[in-house]
Design a binder for this molecule. Structure first.
Ligand SMILES: [Zn+2]
Length: 477
């Protein structure tokens, strides 16, 4: 009891009283435990930037009253915009071309003036030694000095050289085989991970810390794929984590996986694929069986694709579990289960309930991307994607690339304040519909409708697609 009081007190001291009336104890306690577990992710309070304040101060990111949140949002994004304007030559030039300076940003509506970078920008890199120079040009401020051996280093050699010296350069890939490379410094990366964990803890009323985890993704220690790396935080939250893909994954592996190998090589791959995938699915089922028998609480995090195949297999052999509402499923990255076949998220949640015995209110989807550090998580009541609007301004662009009204469908864009090492003011290739408030729950901020798609003409990408490719090409195990 005493330690509980101390924990709630700590949450109150760190945060303010933005959590909703009545819910303070539970959510306060959960966030206090989060802050305890992730203490090394949080800079000392007197060093917080306005962006960090907007992330670390509220107990519940999704319940901050609109006026208060708008004040935080303006302060945070203006601060970060000024930082990139002053310290990033490429972005400064871009802003000068548009005739926008930080002094133009006085109100929340002025935030729309901040020049957006098309997501393609982070794909337009050269190879070899020039790649390191390119990274330096998109990075804000000085990159650490590193020694890169050889005249023609691979992407992994360059990434590993920077990442051994305090950076976290990660990437995501698309079906075209081009990568999106994003240079995060440690501070940005830790804030992103903390934000991911807090968004989840804010939404799910269960006790994530007491679960045993299964990561349906690559081992974060063995890859620079963003979705692999960013889930390292999971290991600091739950009891024990098993991993679906535990081998080293290089850019070359991912390229092979995403491009869909053809001919003899492709046939060989698909032979290995079936065996590897079967093995992985078998391992996950054994683990679930063990936990079901022991009455243990579990959390399953990762690509819906893999869990879908696990559940199909269970159905085929007539097995089901009763893991209960204290267990948890978090998916992300897209809903394609086979070429051209999309699994509706609703059907997936029903399957999770039927086969695993985990109710819909404990099954969430999340939307985020390699370029950003804001994580949109579904509410348990209606499964709309809530946005972290204290440090993140989400919006939708119409066909003329002007901000669209709520309720209109268009290209998703965002201004995000946590990224100190690169400008995270991005026009994405995703198609979304945003609503001013959630039609189901009473959290005050804007939401996206579930199931964000790729815009027409944009290549497929996303973490689920990477996992699908990796397992399909027999690179898992
Ligand atoms: Zn909601």
């Amino acid at each position: 009891m005493r330690s509980m009081e101390v924990a709630v007190q700590a949450a109150r001291e760190l945060g303010d009283q933005t959590a909703r009336e009545g819910a303070i104890t539970d959510i306060g306690l959960r966030v206090a435990r989060l802050n305890e577990k992730l203490a090394r992710y949080i800079p000392p309070r007197d060093m917080w930037t306005p962006a960090e304040e907007a992330l670390f101060k509220p107990i519940d990111l999704f319940s901050v009253p609109i006026d208060e949140a708008h004040a935080m949002q303006l302060k945070a994004i203006k601060y970060t915009f000024t930082h990139h304007y002053n310290n990033n030559a490429f972005y400064r030039k871009y802003c000068d071309m548009r005739g926008v300076t930080p002094s133009d940003i006085k109100t929340n509506d002025d935030l729309y003036k901040i020049p957006l970078i098309p997501d393609l920008t982070f794909k337009q890199y050269p190879e070899g030694r020039d790649f390191a120079r390119w990274l330096a040009s998109v990075h804000t401020g000085e990159l650490p000095k590193v020694v890169i051996k050889g005249a023609n280093p691979t992407f992994d050699q360059v990434l590993n050289a920077f990442n051994a010296n305090g950076m976290v350069v990660t990437y995501s890939s698309g079906t075209s085989g081009r990568f999106t490379f994003i240079p995060r410094d440690q501070r940005t990366f830790l804030a992103s991970q903390y934000g991911l964990a807090k968004s989840v803890i804010n939404m799910w009323a269960g006790d994530l810390f007491e679960t045993d985890g299964y990561l349906l993704l690559p081992n974060p220690a063995k890859t620079n794929v963003f979705v692999g790396k960013v889930t390292s935080v999971y290991f600091d939250l739950v009891n024990d984590v098993q991993m679906a893909i535990d081998r080293e994954l290089t850019t070359k592996d991912i390229q092979t996986a995403m491009s869909g190998g053809q001919g003899l090589k492709g046939r060989l791959f698909s032979y290995v694929q079936n065996r590897m995938q079967e093995k992985t699915i078998g391992k996950i089922i054994q683990w679930l069986e063990r936990h079901d028998k022991a009455g243990g609480k579990v959390s399953l995090v990762g690509a819906p694709y893999l869990l879908y195949f696990v559940m199909q297999k269970l159905q085929a052999v007539g097995k089901s579990f009763d893991l209960g509402e204290d267990s948890y499923v978090l998916t992300g990255g897209g809903w394609k289960v086979r070429e051209n076949i999309r699994l509706p998220a609703k059907d997936f949640r029903k399957l999770v309930d039927d086969v695993l015995g985990i109710p819909e209110a404990s099954c969430f989807d999340l939307y985020g991307m390699v370029e950003g550090n804001g994580w949109m998580v579904q509410c348990p009541e209606g499964h709309y994607l809530h946005t972290p609007y204290t440090f993140y301004k989400p919006f939708v662009l119409n066909e003329d690339l002007k901000p669209a009204d709520y309720g209109e469908t268009g290209r998703f864009a965002f201004l995000e304040a946590l990224a100190g090492s690169y400008p995270s003011f991005i026009m994405t290739g995703d198609q979304a519909r945003m609503l001013e408030h959630c039609p189901v729950c009473d959290r005050p901020g804007p939401v996206l409708e579930p199931e964000v798609h790729r815009a027409k003409g944009e290549e497929l990408r996303g973490c689920a697609e990477e996992v699908r490719g990796v397992l399909k090409r027999g690179l898992g195990g």
